[in-house]
Structures are given as structure tokens and as C-alpha cells.
Ligand binder design. Structure first.
Ligand code: FAD
Ligand code: DLZ
Ligand code: SF4
Length: 508
């Protein structure tokens, strides 16, 4: 009897472990576009369209290679709209008695597959560079799970940017060279805007009709939907973007959401690009002298360091990780995250760019979107849900440690030794947003005071007991305590007003 080979929407890799374990002459590949996956969070329509279009193209490639593919389109009348029930339906139709899968990237689906009345073998997802057991062994017995130490292990493991057992250039990390503010005139690399083919057009129309009530829209589209398309996008970026990736990694410019970032998260996470191949290509740019070491090291660190570490933490911490809320933040997510009125130019710009492109780069996510939610005391699970529904590269395995851990400090400091909070001065230094804002980052109180300034002190004041003794934060508290009492009271009072306006659903 044939076996069913499950290929999920983010497993579109020809070398997937489930496909390697299969026999193409005998087994049946199952792929399904289902409501359960498309709506368990309200994903951005661009993300849904990207995945469905990429799934359809991938199925065609498999068929061309001789595989039998049982593909369920979203609007198939027979569609039962969940991965598990589709497997059962196909098992019955093909007389299959077992399923081979590659382990999904989410506890929810791992558990759902495990609970099916048909045996499902879940093979490790070895598209990642750090196998589960290796991360656990690394974490075992360590007081602190710092990314930097993990990253060095990964450099040794992969041999990337290594000269013998030494890091290329003599340093492991060139981050201090990577914090330049945006330059005055910027020549940002162009991007291909691949015209959707007929298959993608059909998906775009379907997604527009079915998910009109989600945040954002499917068109204009602009993403590649095949491995070859993603590779072409990467090749162009390696030449035009990578050389300045390091310098301006943290810079933010209105109207230029990508700057020198690679915009490959969605391709890596869906399986259209392979992380090690991408890193080797970047390394080669350095070796031939087309890109500087600070850029290439910074980029490789994001992929073999951060990306693998973030996933390791998610699986190490277990299914409850996304529910953590150490700081007991319970505020509802302000309307401005859904495009509601706000006078804050930074948030308004970034939210609008996310709505349009399903994308923001790391510092926009961390220091604008995440920072404000943390300062305002928003419930971390709501923040996570919003991020899941806003980005084309969003998956729980990568979202959780970034949102719950890094951005909201809701895990009590596993990922970040201190919370990523800042007042308006940071955003002013790293962006051009403040020039067009109703508020001023330099004003500390009164109607023009930047809400980041007010809420920053409110956050520190309400969590004094927890953070005062943090060696990296004590200085900040001492500076605050030196201010006269009236100023402190005024700042906290105005911050409370901002929070009350958010709670009342009013624009800030
Ligand atoms: P580049 O800046 O060009 O970096 C290259 C690649 O490095 C990325 O594509 C990504 O694969 C990897 N990378 C970099 N930083 C991280 C990181 N912290 N964690 C994991 N991978 C990283 N990344 C996602 O892939 N999906 C998410 O859902 C996601 N949510 C995030 C939420 C928050 C609050 C924060 C602070 C970060 C989040 N990130 C997420 C990480 C990072 O912001 C994105 O990977 C990156 O912005 C994607 O854009 P890019 O492809 O242009 O990346
Ligand atoms: C994200 C997503 C969406 C929107 N739709 C589907 C789908 O219809 N079929 C499918 O197989 N996968 C989809 N996915 C990806 C899964 O949600 C993903 O595999 C899990 O979240 C684990 O990462
Ligand atoms: Fe954002 Fe404050 Fe700058 Fe306005 S002044 S753009 S609110 S940081």
C-alpha cells in the first residue's frame, strides 16, 4: 500500500526529510490549502497568497519529477479544511495506512498529528542547522542561554567565516560597526517585482475574496513563489544590498522599509531558500572582495546564530512559552496597530508599511512596534497574535522567542538580559521619523512630549523592584532619582494620561 507523505505549506524543500524517506514510485504526497491553517491566526493576505502560490508551484515541480501529489485547493468542494482530516480523507481514498511527515514547526500541529487515528511518523526537520538534541545539549546546565556563545558554536560547526579554529578577521562579531544612523541621501538597491503568473493570479483572486477581513491585502503582490524566483531575488541582493547591510542594519527610513535588508525571511521559512546555501553565498561575496566582513559576518550571524537560537529556545521551552507573561501586562493592544488614528509618526509609518508589504525590518519590529507595546504594558499574547497576523515570514517557532522573549521580556529574561525599551531619542537617532511628527523626542513633558519618553519612565517606575538591581539598568534608575520630585510626578501623570487615552480607544 502507498504511504502518505505530508508536505506542509512551510516545507517546500525538495530535500525535505519526509520526501527523502519516501518512494516516489509508490507513495502519495499530500498537500492541502485549509481554512484551519489560514485562520488559526488571521494571517496577512500576502502571506496566505505567498504560501498557497508557492505550494501550487511546488506541487507542479514534484509532479514533473514523477511524484504523485494529492493536492487540495482551498476551494475544492471536498476540502475538509484541516490538515488532519485531509490526511484521513486521502488515506481512505488511496488505501494508505501510515503517514510520513517532517515535524511541523509548531506544537499545535505536532500534537494534532500525534493524535490522529492513523500512525504518523514525524521525522526531524533537518533543514535547520542545529538539530534539536544539539541545542538541548548546548543549553544543558548553562545559567544563561546567550546567543553569542551559541553563535560561536555554530560558526565552528558550519565552518562559516572560519580560518582554522579562529574567526575570520580575528573577531567573532562586528556589531559595533553596524549601528550607523541613516545617511542623508540613500541609494537603496532596487527590487524585482516579479509579475504573477497565471497560477499566482488565481491564488491572488481567491485570497482577496476569502480573506478580505484580514489586515492588509494580497495585491500588489511582489513576492517570488518558487525556489528559482527566490534565488534570483537573493542573487540581486547579494550584489546590491549585502555590501551595506552591516552599516545600516539598524537604520529606519520612512518609505524605505527594506533598506539594505535581504527580505528573505519568508523564503527561508517556507523552504524556498536553504539557510546554509544562503550563508555560503554571502561568505563567497566576502572572499572575492565584493562585500566587507562586517556586513557578511552580521548577515551570517542572523541566520546561523539568531534564527537557529530562536528556534532552539521555542522547542526547549515547551508549548506554554507563547503564553508567558512575567511582567503581568494585561492592556489590550491599541487600535493604532490596526491602522487606527495616531499622531506618532514612527508607529503610523511602520504600521502602514506592514499593512502594505507584510514586512518591517528587525529594528522596526523591536524598537518601534515591540518597544511601544512593552512600554504600554500590552498583554504579550495579544502582541504575539498581532505579529503573527502582520508579517509574511511569521511562524510560531520564530515568533515566540522574538516576541515573547526578546521584544516583550515576558519570559523573564531567557532571551534578553534586559528589556528592549527606549525613549524617543533612540528612534530619533536611528530614523528620519521624528522630523514629521506631532511630538518631539526632545520634549519631556507637556502636549509635545514624545509618548515614548513618558511611557519609558512609567515602565521603569512600575517595574522598579524587578529591574533596579539589574547591573545594566541601575544607572538609569539613579539618574531618574536625581530629578526633582515634581518633574517625576508630572512625567508619570502624563504617561498615565497616555495610557488612559489608549484604553479609551482614543488616538495618541
Ligand atoms: P535580514 O535583516 O536581511 O536578515 C536575514 C535573515 O536572518 C532573516 O531573513 C532571518 O531569517 C534571519 N534573522 C534575523 N534576525 C532574526 C531573529 N531575531 N530571529 C530569527 N531569524 C532572524 N523573523 C521571522 O523570520 N519570522 C518572524 O515571525 C519574526 N518575528 C519577529 C518579531 C519581532 C518582535 C522581532 C523583534 C523579530 C522578529 N523576527 C522574525 C526576526 C527578524 O526581525 C526578521 O527575521 C527579519 O526582520 C526578516 O527580514 P529580512 O529577511 O529582511 O532579514
Ligand atoms: C501558515 C500556513 C497557512 C496560512 N496555510 C497553510 C495551509 O493551508 N496548508 C498548510 O499545509 N500549511 C499552511 N500554513 C503553514 C502551517 O501553518 C505551518 O506548517 C505550521 O504553522 C507550522 O509551522
Ligand atoms: Fe515616534 Fe516620538 Fe519620534 Fe514622534 S517624536 S516619531 S512618537 S519617537
Amino acid at each position: 500500500a502507498p504511504r502518505l507523505i505530508l508536505v506542509l505549506g512551510d516545507q517546500l524543500s525538495p530535500g525535505l526529510s519526509a520526501l527523502r524517506a519516501a518512494d516516489r514510485a509508490r507513495d502519495v504526497v499530500v498537500m492541502a490549502e485549509v481554512q484551519a491553517e489560514a485562520t488559526y491566526v488571521r494571517h496577512h493576505p500576502k502571506k496566505i497568497a505567498f504560501l498557497f502560490a508557492a505550494m501550487r508551484h511546488f506541487a507542479e515541480e514534484l509532479r514533473a519529477q514523477g511524484w504523485t501529489v494529492a493536492y487540495t485547493a482551498l476551494d475544492d468542494p471536498e476540502n475538509s479544511h484541516a490538515i488532519g482530516t485531509e490526511l484521513l480523507r486521502r488515506a481512505e481514498a488511496h488505501g494508505a495506512q501510515e503517514v510520513i511527515a517532517t515535524q511541523p514547526g509548531e506544537w499545535r500541529l505536532i500534537e494534532a498529528l500525534g493524535a490522529l487515528p492513523i500512525p504518523v511518523q514525524q521525522l526531524p526537520d533537518d533543514r535547520f542547522l542545529c538539530p534539536g538534541g544539539v541545542f538541548e545539549a548546548w543549553a544543558e546546565g548553562r545559567k544563561e542561554l546567550r546567543m553569542e556563545w551559541f553563535y560561536r558554536e555554530m560558526r565552528r560547526r558550519t565552518g562559516l567565516l572560519m580560518e582554522g579554529d579562529q574567526p575570520a578577521g580575528g573577531q567573532w562579531n562586528y556589531d559595533k560597526e553596524n549601528r550607523k544612523p541613516p545617511p542623508g541621501a540613500l541609494l537603496v538597491p532596487g527590487r524585482d517585482d516579479p509579475a504573477p503568473d497565471a497560477v499566482t493570479e488565481e491564488v491572488l483572486t481567491l485570497v482577496e475574496a476569502r480573506f478580505a477581513d484580514h489586515f492588509g491585502s494580497a495585491r500588489p503582490f511582489g513576492f517570488a513563489v518558487t525556489a528559482a524566483g527566490a534565488q534570483a531575488h537573493l542573487n540581486r541582493w547579494l550584489r546590491e544590498g549585502l555590501p551595506l547591510f552591516g552599516d545600516y542594519q539598524d537604520a529606519m527610513v520612512a518609505g524605505q522599509p527594506h533598506l539594505y535588508h535581504a527580505l528573505i525571511g519568508l523564503y527561508l521559512n517556507a523552504g524556498l531558500l536553504d539557510p546554509l546555501t544562503v550563508c555560503r553565498a554571502a561568505e563567497a561575496e566576502w572572499r572575492v572582495g565584493r562585500a566587507p566582513l562586517n556586513a557578511v559576518e552580521g548577515f551570517i550571524r542572523q541566520i546561523i546564530g539568531w534564527r537557529e537560537y530562536i528556534r532552539g529556545i521555542y522547542f526547549l521551552q515547551g508549548p506554554d512559552y507563547a503564553q508567558r507573561n512575567i511582567l503581568r501586562h494585561e492592556r489590550d493592544l491599541p487600535q493604532l496597530y490596526w491602522g487606527g488614528a495616531t499622531q506618532m509618526a514612527c508607529l503610523k509609518t511602520v504600521v502602514q508599511e506592514v499593512e502594505e508589504g507584510a514586512y518591517a525590518h528587525h529594528i522596526q519590529r523591536l524598537m518601534v512596534l515591540g518597544n511601544f507595546a512593552l512600554l504600554a504594558g500590552v498583554q504579550p499574547a495579544q502582541v504575539q497574535d498581532w505579529f503573527m497576523g502582520a508579517f509574511a515570514d511569521a511562524y510560531e517557532w520564530v515568533m515566540s522567542a522574538n516576541v515573547i522573549g526578546m521584544s516583550q521580556w515576558a519570559d523573564g529574561g531567557i532571551v534578553a538580559s534586559k528589556p528592549y525599551v527606549s525613549a524617543g531619542a533612540y528612534i530619533d537617532r536611528m530614523s528620519d521619523y521624528c522630523a514629521g511628527c506631532a511630538y518631539s523626542p526632545k520634549v519631556k513633558t507637556g502636549p509635545k512630549a514624545c509618548p515614548f519618553n513618558l511611557l519609558y519612565w512609567h515602565f521603569l517606575d512600575r517595574h522598579r523592584e524587578r529591574f533596579e538591581k539589574n547591573p545594566r539598568m541601575g544607572m538609569i534608575y539613579r539618574g531618574w532619582d536625581k530629578r526633582d520630585e515634581d518633574t517625576r510626578r508630572q512625567i508619570l501623570g502624563e504617561a498615565a494620561d497616555v495610557l488612559a487615552r489608549l484604553d479609551a480607544g482614543e488616538g495618541v
